[in-house]
Design a protein around this ligand. Structure first.
Ligand code: NAP
Length: 309
C-alpha cells in the first residue's frame, strides 16, 4: 500500500501515516514495528519517554528495510531539556541509528533532571517536579544545535497550544517543522490546526482512535458513516484526518489492525464525501468535546479545552 507523503518546511518528504509506539512493551513493540514495516508503514513515531526504544530498534533491524527508506520521529523527554544532545544520544543508541528524521520537544514542560525519577519526578507533596528555572527557548536552542550538527534532519514541538506557540515562535531562529497534537473527532482543534498551517508548521495527529481501546470507533456518527462504505469505523476516523493533509499516528499490536489501518485509511480519505467530513468535523461541538491524554502536569498549557483538575 502506498501512503501519500506530505512536505515539511525543510523541504523533506514525510509519510502521512505513522506507526505509534506509546504504551507498547519493549518485547511487543519490536514485533509491532517489524509487522508495520512489512505492511507498508514507512514512518515510526517513538519517544525516549516511552521507555521502549530498544524494542523499536530491534524491530527496525529485524525488518530488513533499509534505514534510508524509513522516516523516524522521536521526542525529547522533559528531564532532558537541559541536556538535549545527551538525551538524543540515548534515543539514537537505543534505536540503533545515527540520525533522526524528526526530533520533537515532547511537552513544553522541563522536568527536574535530578529529581526522584528519570521519567516523572515528583515533589514531596506528590505533584510533578517541574524544572521552573529552565526556559523552553533554551531547550529549543539546543535542538537547533543538534539539527545543525546533522544528528536530526528536522525539529519540532508537540502538545503546544496557540498561546504557547505565540510566546515561543517570535524568538526561534529555526521554525518548528511539525507540531504533534491530540487530534480526533472528540478533540478536532480546528482553529489550532488552521493556525499551524498558516505558520507553515506540519500538523501531526496523535490518539486518532481515542487512544487505548479505541473508544471513538463506537461513536454513532462514525459508525453511521462507516456503514455506507466497506470501511471499519477505525478507517473512517483515520481517513477523516488524512483528508486534512495531516500526519496521522496510530498504534496497534494486532497485525490485522496494523494492516487494515493503513490500507483503509488511505481508501477512506479518498472516499469520504464533503458531507461526511463536515459531519465528522462537527461531532465535538455537538457536546462531545473530550481530550483523552491529559497528564496532571499542574501547569497551564494554554489549551482552552484542557479539563480543569
Ligand atoms: N506527542 C504525544 O504526547 C503523544 C501522546 C499520545 C500518543 N502519541 C503517539 O501517537 C500514537 C497513537 O496514539 P495512541 O497510542 O494514544 O492511540 P490510538 O492509535 O488512538 O489507539 C490505539 C488503540 O486502538 C486500538 N486499535 C488500533 N487499530 C484498531 C482498529 N482498526 N480497530 C479497533 N481498535 C484498534 C489499539 O489496540 P490493538 O493493539 O488491539 O489494535 C489500541 O488500543 C502513540 O502510540 C504515540 O506514538 C504521542
Amino acid at each position: 500500500m502506498s501512503v501519500p507523503n506530505l512536505k515539511l518546511n525543510t523541504g523533506a518528504e514525510i509519510p502521512s501515516i505513522a506507526y505509534g509506539t506509546w504504551l507498547s512493551k519493549t518485547e511487543d513493540v519490536s514485533k509491532g514495528v517489524e509487522y508495520a514495516l512489512e505492511a507498508g508503514y514507512r514512518h515510526i513515531d517513538c519517544a525516549w519517554g516511552y521507555l521502549n526504544e530498544k524494542g523499536v530498534g530491534e524491530g527496525l533491524r529485524n525488518s530488513g528495510v533499509p534505514r534510508s527508506e524509513i522516516f523516524i520521529t522521536s521526542k525529547l523527554w522533559g528531564t532532558w531539556h537541559r541536556r538535549v544532545e545527551a538525551g538524543l544520544d540515548e534515543t539514537l543508541a537505543a534505536l540503533g541509528t545515527d540520525y533522526l528524521d524528526l526530533y520533537l520537544m515532547h511537552w513544553p514542560i522541563p522536568l527536574n533532571p535530578s529529581g526522584n525519577d528519570p521519567l516523572i519526578p515528583k515533589r514531596a507533596d506528590g505533584t510533578r517536579d517541574i524544572d521552573e528555572r529552565w526556559d523552553i527557548k533554551d531547550t529549543w536552542k539546543q535542538m537547533e544545535a543538534v539539527l545543525k550538527k546533522g544528528k536530526v534532519k528536522a525539529i519540532g514541538v508537540s502538545n503546544m497550544s496557540r498561546k504557547k506557540l505565540e510566546a515561543f515562535l517570535p524568538d526561534v531562529e529555526i521554525l518548528p517543522a511539525a507540531c504533534q497534537l491530540e487530534l480526533h473527532v472528540y478533540n478536532p482543534d480546528h482553529a489550532l490546526v488552521a493556525y499551524l498551517k498558516s505558520q507553515g508548521i506540519l500538523v501531526q495527529a496523535y490518539s486518532p482512535l481515542g487512544s487505548t481501546n479505541s473508544p471513538l470507533i463506537q461513536d454513532d456518527t462514525v459508525v453511521r458513516i462507516a456503514q455506507k462504505y466497506p470501511f471499519a469505523p477505525a478507517e473512517v476516523l483515520l481517513g477523516w484526518l488524512l483528508s486534512k493533509d495531516l500526519v496521522v499516528i496510530t498504534r496497534s499490536l494486532n497485525p490485522v489492525h496494523i494492516s487494515s489501518n493503513i490500507t483503509g485509511a488511505v481508501s477512506a480519505s479518498k472516499a469520504l464525501t464533503a458531507g461526511d467530513i463536515a459531519a465528522l468535523d462537527r461531532i465535538a461541538e455537538a457536546g462531545k468535546q473530550k481530550r483523552m491524554v491529559t497528564p496532571p502536569w499542574g501547569v497551564d498549557l494554554g489549551f482552552d479545552n484542557w479539563p480543569s483538575a
